[in-house]
Design a protein around this ligand. Structure first.
Ligand code: ZN
Length: 122
């Protein structure tokens, strides 16, 4: 099995609902996002996927979140904008965009800081 990963980042504000502590107040993060894809077969050039295509797809998803107040962006108008839910959202958006048979999005990790991350995987 081959595995590739790409990274990008976005900046956004949020506050957590039903949470007692610092994160219930409005604040921001410079989120780092890492996407993993996996597949068995390479194309005729020996590539699992084109990094340029992957980065373009990720950028399109992150553009919807960048410099936004996440609590006002669907589905986070209802869903708490935690790193966990953001990771799942990006995972699902990418699965929808990258409907390629040779590989699949296998994991998305969202870093809220250098030391804290959450992943969604299947
Ligand atoms: Zn936060």
């Amino acid at each position: 099995m081959f595995e590739l990963s790409i990274q990008d980042h976005f900046s956004a504000a949020h506050n957590l609902r039903n949470y007692k502590g610092k994160c219930e107040n409005l604040h921001g993060h410079n989120y780092r996002v890492q996407v993993f894809i996996r597949g068995e077969k390479l194309d005729k050039n020996g590539l699992l996927a084109d990094f340029v295509e992957l980065k373009k797809a990720l950028k399109k998803v992150l553009d919807k979140l960048d410099h936004q107040y996440l609590n006002e962006v669907p589905p986070f108008t209802k869903l708490n904008p935690t790193a966990e839910n953001i990771a799942k959202y990006i995972f699902e958006q990418l699965r929808y965009t990258l409907h390629v048979t040779r590989y699949t999005v296998s994991k998305v990790t969202v870093w809220e800081s250098d030391t804290s991350s959450a992943s969604y995987t299947e």
